[in-house]
Structure formats: structure tokens, C-alpha cells
Write a protein that binds this ligand. Structure first.
Ligand SMILES: CCCC/C=C/CC(=O)SCCNC(=O)CCNC(=O)[C@H](O)C(C)(C)COP(=O)(O)OP(=O)(O)OC[C@H]1O[C@@H](n2cnc3c(N)ncnc32)[C@H](O)[C@@H]1OP(=O)(O)O
Length: 279
């Protein structure tokens, strides 16, 4: 059964990410695939990491697209075929200034609140790697199409000595099932496209050159489903999860900041960041 609050959610628009900084549009591009379908391209070299500014720009772009009533569907992709998104910008969590760290997490929550609760039909076109926060971005979509072979997707937070927040963990459990999620989360598994398909983390796997054309075909198809019923169904499926985070947003910020600022966590994050830079 859905809570009264979750039902109420269905009849009002959701709060968006806080406007801490003016969103920069240079990290994202928005275009139209058709009069009713928008395409949002992550374009922040080299790895489409989610910094505070990128997270705010992402939520602002989704809100802007949604504000146009003629748009019913959204395709999310990366300008790079190598990396969809390398997840959260780890330098935001290494030796952070506490107030910025808290704003950073609010902005990350905002990406989830904006896309997971979106009225739009959404497809993620995952041509390259999508670890951790990259996997989060794709999990928020309604349908995921990924390249087979090389790129990896999954929640590898434990490998960094951190943990996925409960709302990301919940979305992962909902998608791949309890046992698959436990196995993957505890080990920090990153899946190939084929492995991800086997556990239900993605919906289709194709050779690289076929991923984007197929993603376009799917989003154009989804755009033709009557928008009102689809949006209402989505709210019924996801409203309670969104509502839970809305009710406990600051408690989640406190959990994140305390965890990240701990000395042991800081050591692990710094070592991981250094290993990335030394590659
Ligand atoms: C309680 C806390 C809960 C917090 C939840 C956190 C979720 C997260 O998202 S944490 C971030 C997890 N992300 C990763 O572990 C991915 C790390 N990156 C990689 O494994 C690789 O970059 C890649 C497999 C995605 C791509 O490899 P490739 O060889 O093509 O590129 P690189 O040379 O490694 O990267 C290019 C460039 O980008 C920098 N970089 C990559 N990822 C991140 C990142 N997440 N944060 C900051 N910077 C990143 C990398 O250092 C390179 O920089 P330079 O060109 O300056 O060397």
C-alpha cells in the first residue's frame, strides 16, 4: 500500500535540487530528437563526473525539459563512447570543506529526485563505463541499453571504502533483486553489459554502433505511450521511495557527511583518488 504522503506526491510537483550556484550549461547539452523527445548529453570531459556544479546543472536541465509540456520523453547519453559517467567526483569527497560537502550531497540527492520522479519516459544510452554514480544516473531511467564487451556498470562503492546511500541501494535492490544486490554491493562488483543483462541491471546489450540508434528507436516508441497514464503509473511505482528521501533529506546529508569526514574514510578516498591519477 502507498502512504498518504506518497499519494499526495502524485498530485504535486516535486521539489528540485537547491539553487546553490547558477547551473553551468557547458557540462551538458540539451537537444530535440523529435518535437516530443529531448536528448540530454553529459559533456564534461574527461569522465562526466558528478561535481557539485555538474549535479546542479543536471537537475536544472531535467527540470527545464520537464517544464515544456510538449516534451514527453528523454534520452540520456554521454558525449563520450568510452565513459557514460565515472560517478561522483571523488575530489569533492577528498579533504572537503564541510559546508560544500553537505551542498554536494544535496545536489546529488537532487539528481535522483529530478530524474527518478520525472513524468517523462526515460531511456539511458550507456555506451561506456558507468560505475557508482554513473550507474545511479542510468538506474533512474525507465529503460537501459548498454554496449557489450568492454564497459562496466555497477555499484563499486565498497571498493573505495564507502557505502551506497540507502535510496541508491534500494533502487538497485528493486532492479536486480535482493540476492543479486547483496552479492554485488558487498563485493563492489562492476558488470560487463552481458553480466548486467543477466542480473537485470540493463534491459538490452548491443554492439557499440547499435546502442545509440536502438536507444533512439526505444525512446521515440515510449514517447507514443499516452503520457498521463504512464506518468501516474510511474509515480505509483516510485512515489514512496522518493517521498522517503524527501522526508529524511537532511538526515541523509548528516549520514553522508559524517561517514565521509571520518579519518579512515578520508584515507581510503585519498588512496583511491591517488591510484586513479597514477594510472
Ligand atoms: C558514503 C558515501 C556514498 C557516496 C557514493 C559514491 C558513489 C560514487 O560515484 S564514488 C565514485 C566511484 N567512481 C569510480 O570508482 C570510477 C573511477 N574511475 C574509473 O574507474 C575510470 O576512470 C573509468 C573506468 C571510469 C574510465 O577509465 P579510463 O582509463 O578511460 O579513464 P581514466 O584515465 O581513469 O580517467 C580520466 C580522468 O578522469 C579522472 N577520474 C575518473 N573517475 C573519476 C572520479 N570518479 N572522480 C574524479 N576523477 C575521476 C581520472 O583521474 C583521470 O584524470 P586525469 O586525466 O587527470 O588523470
Amino acid at each position: 500500500m502507498f502512504s498518504t504522503a506518497a499519494r499526495a506526491l502524485a498530485s504535486r510537483s516535486l521539489p528540485r535540487a537547491p539553487s546553490i550556484l547558477p547551473p553551468s550549461r557547458s557540462m551538458l547539452t540539451v537537444s530535440r530528437l523529435s518535437p516530443s523527445v529531448a536528448e540530454l548529453t553529459l559533456d564534461k570531459a574527461p569522465a562526466n563526473t558528478l561535481s557539485l556544479e555538474m549535479a546542479l546543472a543536471f537537475s536544472a536541465a531535467v527540470s527545464e525539459i520537464e517544464a515544456d509540456p510538449s516534451v514527453t520523453a528523454l534520452l540520456l547519453r554521454s558525449s563520450s563512447t568510452k565513459i557514460f559517467s565515472a560517478g561522483l567526483d571523488i575530489s569533492e569527497m577528498s579533504g572537503p570543506e564541510p559546508a560544500r560537502l553537505a551542498d554536494f550531497w544535496r545536489a546529488i540527492q537532487g539528481t535522483y529526485l529530478s530524474l527518478y520522479s520525472s513524468r517523462l519516459a526515460t531511456v539511458a544510452c550507456i555506451e561506456g563505463h558507468a560505475p557508482a554514480g554513473g550507474c545511479l544516473l542510468s538506474l533512474m531511467a525507465d529503460y537501459r541499453i548498454m554496449t557489450g564487451g568492454g564497459p562496466r556498470i555497477g555499484l563499486n562503492e565498497t571498493a573505495l571504502g564507502i557505502a551506497a546511500p540507502y535510496w541508491l541501494k534500494d533502487m538497485f535492490v528493486e532492479t536486480v533483486g535482493r540476492r543479486n544486490a547483496e552479492l554485488a554491493l558487498l563485493k563492489g562488483t562492476l558488470f560487463t553489459g552481458e553480466e548486467a543483462l543477466a542480473v537485470g541491471l540493463v534491459d538490452e546489450v548491443l554492439p557499440l554502433e547499435e546502442v545509440y540508434p536502438r536507444a533512439k528507436e526505444e525512446v521515440l516508441k515510449l514517447a507514443r505511450i499516452p503520457a498521463k497514464g504512464r506518468a501516474e503509473t510511474k509515480r505509483l511505482l516510485r512515489g514512496a521511495a522518493v517521498d522517503e528521501l524527501l522526508a529524511g533529506r537532511e538526515a541523509d546529508v548528516a549520514w553522508f557527511t559524517e561517514f565521509v569526514l571520518e579519518e579512515g574514510t578520508q584515507k581510503g578516498i585519498k588512496a583511491y583518488l591517488d591510484s586513479l591519477k597514477k594510472k
